[in-house]
Every structure is written in C-alpha cells, then in structure tokens.
Ligand binder design. Structure first.
Ligand SMILES: [Zn+2]
Length: 116
C-alpha cells in the first residue's frame, strides 16, 4: 500500500474525529437534565408527562453518545495503528484488509470475511 493512501486515511480519520467530538458536545448540551442543571443549578420536579419525555430523550441521547464515544475510540485505535504500521490488518486472521473496504470504512478492524 502506498504511503499517500495512509496519509489520506489519516486525514479522513482526523476530520471525522473532530466531527465526532463536536457531536458529543452537541449531545451533551441537548441533555435535558444537564440543561436544567445549568439553568437552575438544581433539578426541578416537573410534571409527570414532561418528566417522561425528558427521560425518553435522555435514553436516546445516551445511546447516541455511546455510539459516538465508541466511534471516537475506533478512530483513535485506527490512528494508532497507522502510526505503528499495523493499520489495515484483520485482527482475526491477520490478513490485509482490502483497500476498498478501508476506503468505505476507515475504522474497519477486520477483513470482509470477519466483519461483524
Ligand atoms: Zn479476517
């Protein structure tokens, strides 16, 4: 694999890392509990209906945040692998992952055969 391919992937990963970071802080700001906390310094007891809506939103935001955090970790792992020369190797069979697959999914840790 050519060096400029790794450079390109690295650029994509760094860009994505920035986006993920922005999205995580965005999600944190949307957290209804956090908002009330920031506004009042305390947590009010709202009416039941609003409370349930807050809770549902919170569960959704938690899930989004979890996905983003996972992606952020995958990006860090991929960047580390590029640095150490281990990038693009399947962690199951140690075979090289195809360039096409890496282009489509730069954080892929397995070859197409061992994809989840
Ligand atoms: Zn494999």
């Amino acid at each position: 694999m050519a060096d400029n391919f790794f450079d390109k992937i690295r650029q994509i990963l760094l860009q994505r890392k920035k986006e993920v970071k922005d999205q995580i802080s965005d999600v944190k700001q949307k957290d209804p509990y956090m908002q009330e906390y920031l506004q009042d310094g305390t947590r009010n007891m709202d009416e039941m209906e609003e409370e349930v809506a807050d809770l549902q939103e919170r569960v959704t935001l938690d899930a989004i945040q979890e996905d983003l955090t996972k992606e952020s970790k995958d990006i860090d792992a991929a960047l580390k692998n590029i640095k150490e020369g281990d990038y693009g190797v399947c962690e199951v069979c140690q075979e090289k992952i195809s360039i096409e697959r890496l282009k489509a999914n730069p954080t892929a840790k397995t070859c197409i055969k061992h994809a989840e």
